[in-house]
Write a protein that binds this ligand. Structure first.
Ligand code: BGC
Length: 680
């Protein structure tokens, strides 16, 4: 806002004075609002879809939102073209907290530049089934990894005075029947698996907005669920922001008072339940008080101040979009996220001086993934997108012939996977099965007959079964949806300019029935009801518990170099609730290339009065090493790493006893085990 205008407003309305403390400014504004105006603020501006209603009398501007989390969506930014960042699965495959911060910061600048104030992301639902059409938008099957990537992301976003909106709270783990399915989940599972990352993000990153889900949780829709919103999110965890509905979620409910008392501040995108006449009537009948109303309005106003709606422009960080810096960041994230899954006889990396002819095949070689609404709300329409084929063309600089015929090529690169069409990684629709489309499998089989040197590069956002073809191909690369610079990132990895260092944030099962949610129709997709009968045993927790060999385990990824783990030490054997322990180890790059390794620390409870998963991720570190270089890494262990959720006290609890710390390069490749004892 221009200085002169701002000064005029400041004279007239005290809450425009940015030298006053935030909470006081909120109080002043709240005291100015008439009852009717408060009611008005409770729902979005009809037919705008993305903003709150303005209150002209008090110069309250509209709070603008835009879809995310993988860039500023075109459909919510007046059809602008914006940086298409790599999808959330890319980000979590980097296991790089610093990159998550930079990612959030860059997106926030783009949000500001399109004139919005809240980014509708990150989505932090847990990957319960690989069929979920929105898996590419979420981070992981593991609550700890999810939380660790989401915290810096939110901090990055909010460093720019843009609100991060954490979605979709909670237990929104499938798209089939997403508007009404009632998730039946027990209290411990809900807290240990499905709520844990939300709690961690609230406690460590103080997000300004939460989006409630469409589905019901144990009988009540997300947007009227007092237990989840007011009691847990606000009272227990100390969330200070406001809750917004998912778009049109209130279509399924009829009781505005219930939502209001549950803590819902904003109904989007327009007025359905928070209608003036409903609210007036209920207020007159004493169904809620002005204090109840103030409770939700205050939260909304507070965020309006935080994002700078009442500040002069020099107090608000500047926005920018489509800058070379954002594009380079997108490339870096894509490069770090690529997971090398198989590399027989070191077929990769390709030597640019030796390879003369490459057959480039498969439907994703030329396919662009960034289009308006393509894949759903998270879609971003970028100013350009480098396809895998373009990436190869650029890399080869005319020195390598790119052809279609496998039989006359030195090597074949097949770009396969999914493509965001309905049922293939797309909001509102789950996938129908875990396999690649039949035509692609056929293409693999035909190609290997003509040339055995086949490298499959997958673009997709969720796991894929490969039993039918994995043994036929010597090399396999998971590239996810790598954003607008994806083609270059892939080429850099294929030719060894970048050494792959991504690790899987989800388990790849051999077949769907191995997956924990797929025991029966009741457990997935259900009808009106779905039952989370597998309890805590989601993702690798299930594969470990049932001793099922996955196709690729959680935390797995290869490199062009090798790492040696040694000298694992504990600084003590005893942990008490007050004292922490440190575990350290050495890690050495024993190969010939620079590379990064993701070292993972899991924990297992040797004996406990309740059943616990065989192991759970508790920490990780990514370390970059030159050839021959060695570094010492250490992890701290505190009482919080040892607790479980106790349904008798409805709280986290520890039990004295023996625990095992496991240090690994994946959830299935454990290098060290160390026992510790927890004493009172
Ligand atoms: C999606 C949300 C999205 C919203 C606005 C809903 O259908 O579930 O993730 O933010 O629409 O587009």
């Amino acid at each position: 806002m221009k200085k002169n205008r701002f000064n005029r407003l400041k004279k007239k309305f005290r809450y425009y004075d940015d030298s006053i403390d935030l909470e006081e400014r909120v109080d002043i504004l709240l005291s100015e609002l008439r009852l009717k105006e408060k009611f008005r603020l409770l729902s979005g501006l009809n037919f705008s879809w993305w903003t709150t209603k303005p209150i002209r009398r008090l110069k309250i501007k509209r709070l603008g939102m835009t879809d995310g989390p993988i860039g500023v969506a075109s459909h919510s930014s007046h059809f602008k073209k914006n940086t298409e960042f790599p999808c959330s699965k890319c980000l979590s495959s980097t296991w790089n907290r610093t990159l998550a911060y930079e990612y959030g910061l860059a997106i926030a600048k783009e949000v500001r530049d399109v004139g919005r104030h809240v980014l509708l992301g990150p989505g932090i639902n847990i990957d319960r089934t690989p069929l979920n059409g929105r898996t590419f938008e979420y981070l992981s099957e593991d609550p700890y990894l999810t939380q660790e990537m989401a915290i810096p992301y939110v901090q990055g976003v909010q460093s720019q005075r843009i609100g991060a909106c954490i979605k979709h709270y909670a237990a929104n783990n499938q798209e089939t029947n997403r508007f009404y399915v009632n998730v039946n989940v027990d209290e411990r599972t809900l807290n240990e698996i499905y709520l844990k990352a939300y709690k961690g993000v609230v406690e460590k990153a103080d997000p300004w907005v939460f989006m409630s889900c469409y589905n019901k949780i144990n009988g009540t829709h997300g947007c009227e669920n007092k237990e989840l919103l007011r009691d847990t999110l606000m009272d227990k965890w100390g969330f200070n922001g406001f809750v917004v509905t998912d778009w049109f979620a209130t279509r399924r409910i009829s009781e505005p008072v219930k939502s209001l008392l549950a803590g819902l501040s904003l109904e989007m995108p327009l007025t359905l339940i928070y209608k003036l006449r409903f609210l007036k009537k209920a207020f007159k009948e004493g169904k809620f008080s002005e204090d109840d109303l103030n409770y939700v309005i205050r939260r909304l106003l507070r965020v309006m101040f935080l994002v700078g709606l009442f500040d002069s422009s020099d107090k608000v960080p500047k926005g920018e979009r489509n800058t070379p810096e954002h594009q380079m960041l997108a490339k870096k994230i894509a490069e770090e996220s690529i997971v090398l899954l198989k590399n027989d006889n070191n077929l990769l990396p390709l030597d640019i001086n030796k390879v003369r002819k490459i057959a480039v095949l498969g439907p994703n070689a030329k396919k662009k993934m960034g289009k308006v609404l393509y894949g759903g709300a998270a879609a971003v329409h970028p100013p350009y997108e480098i396809t895998p084929l373009q990436g190869l063309e650029e890399k080869s600089e005319g020195r390598i012939e790119l052809i279609n015929d496998p039989s006359s090529a030195d090597v074949c690169i097949m770009f396969l996977g999914l493509n965001h069409s309905i049922g293939n990684d797309c909001e509102n629709y789950d996938r129908k099965n875990l396999e690649l489309p039949k035509k692609q499998i056929q293409l693999i089989k035909e190609t290997v007959k003509k040339n055995p040197n086949v490298i499959v590069v997958l673009k997709n956002g969720s796991s894929i079964a490969m039993d039918e073809w994995i043994d036929l191909v010597p090399a396999l690369v998971e590239a996810w949806y790598p954003g607008l610079e994806g083609g270059r990132a892939i080429a850099n990895v294929l030719f060894g300019n970048v050494n792959p260092s991504g690790k899987l944030p989800i388990t790849f099962p051999k077949k769907l029935s191995d997956s924990p949610a797929h025991k029966s129709h009741r457990t997935y997709p259900g009808d009106e009801n779905v039952y989370y009968e597998e309890g805590l045993f989601v993702g690798y927790r299930h594969f470990d518990n049932e001793k099922i060999e996955p196709l690729f385990p959680f935390g797995f990824g290869l490199s062009y170099t090798s790492f040696e783990y040694s000298n694992c030490k504990l600084n003590g054997k005893m942990l008490t609730p007050e004292e922490e322990l440190t575990i350290s180890l050495e890690i050495k790059n024993t190969g010939e290339r620079e590379g990064s390794e993701i070292v993972q620390m899991y924990l297992s409870d040797d004996e406990c009065s309740v059943e616990r998963p065989p192991k759970e991720l508790r920490n990780f570190a990514k370390v970059n090493l030159q050839p021959g270089e060695k570094k010492v890494l250490s992890f701290k262990l505190t009482i919080n790493d040892l607790t479980f959720y106790d349904i008798n006290t409805h709280n986290w609890k520890y039990e004295p006893g023996i625990f095992t710390i496991l240090i690994g390069s994946s959830s299935r490749n454990i290098h060290f085990e160390q026992k510790i004892e927890l004493r009172e």
